[in-house]
Design a protein around this ligand. Structure first.
Ligand code: Z5A
Ligand code: MG
Length: 226
């Protein structure tokens, strides 16, 4: 007799510029999924609850300094330390919402100004992506797009290290580059205008989630890798 097969959960990444409403939408989505009978959980990156996350938090709040390469590798290590639990949660049939993932990791490092003491082009997209190779790949990346003007109007903007206008503009360009990179990646992105009301954005995000769930249902059950 065969054991009944539990379909795996979907891996759904929510990405976007600062103050685009990612965490707001993740909280709403989690409630909506669970109340629709779809088991779901939330994983935020950086995960500031771990020892590595504590170091990242002190860097982001400017209470400590690290060189650009070291902090980049710590952000990636913070994802690797959650890899096994992400995979076992998906296999158990639970959908995971990722509040930021490797894409934030790549663009925020690649957006940094180049230091004259670094070797040529050390913070290229390719260099930034390398440590995340092998991590679980999302079934869909829902990208919340917002103008700089709208983001600056929202509460809390400017509190942390990277929340400066020049940095945010570079991040915006690099996200665009990433979304257009390589034909295999094109279908992964679901871009949403995040400038509307919370409720309007939530409806658009939900369409992306349904698409992610559809892909899993029609897939072969395997979790792909970055
Ligand atoms: N980072 C990195 O460098 N490398 C990595 O590998 C990773 C991250 C994973 C901290 O991230 C920093 O880490 C981040 C990238 C870098 N740097 N920056 N800058 P974080 O995820 O911890 O950041 P956060 O503090 O959660 O902020 P956020 O993500 O930028 O915000 P958000 O989640 O997108 O927005 P929100 O908290 O949901 O909403 C912001 C405010 O707007 C809040 O008052 C809401 O009530 C309001 N809001 C939300 N939606 C709306 C709408 N639709 N209308 C009006 N107001 C709204
Ligand atoms: Mg957030």
């Amino acid at each position: 007799m065969t054991t009944p097969h539990t379909p795996r959960g979907a891996l759904i990444a929510i990405e976007g510029l600062d103050r685009a409403g990612k965490s707001t939408q993740c909280d709403l989505l989690l409630k909506r999924l669970n109340s629709s009978g779809i088991p779901a959980t939330l994983q935020k990156f950086p995960d500031r609850t771990t020892a590595i996350g504590t170091t990242i938090n002190s860097y982001l709040t400017s209470t400590s300094h690290l060189d650009d390469q070291s902090i980049h590798l710590l952000f990636s290590a913070n994802r690797w330390e959650r890899r096994d639990s992400l995979l076992s949660t998906l296999t158990s049939g639970t959908t995971i919402l990722l509040d930021r993932y490797i894409y934030s990791g790549i663009v925020f490092t690649a957006a940094k100004p180049k230091s004259p003491v670094q070797p040529p082009n050390p913070l290229s997209i390719q260099w930034c992506k390398a440590p995340d190779i092998g991590l679980p790949r999302p079934d869909i990346i829902i990208f919340l797009n917002i103008t700089q003007e709208d983001a600056e109007k929202r509460a809390g903007f400017g509190d942390e290290r990277y929340e400066k206008k020049e940095m945010q503009e570079k991040v915006r360009r690099l996200f665009e580059e990433l979304r257009g990179e390589g034909s295999n990646d094109k279908g992964d992105w679901w871009v949403i205008d995040a400038g509307g009301t919370v409720e309007e954005v939530a409806e658009e995000v939900w369409k992306g989630v349904l698409e992610g769930l559809r892909r899993v249902k029609e897939g072969n059950g395997e979790v792909r890798s970055i």
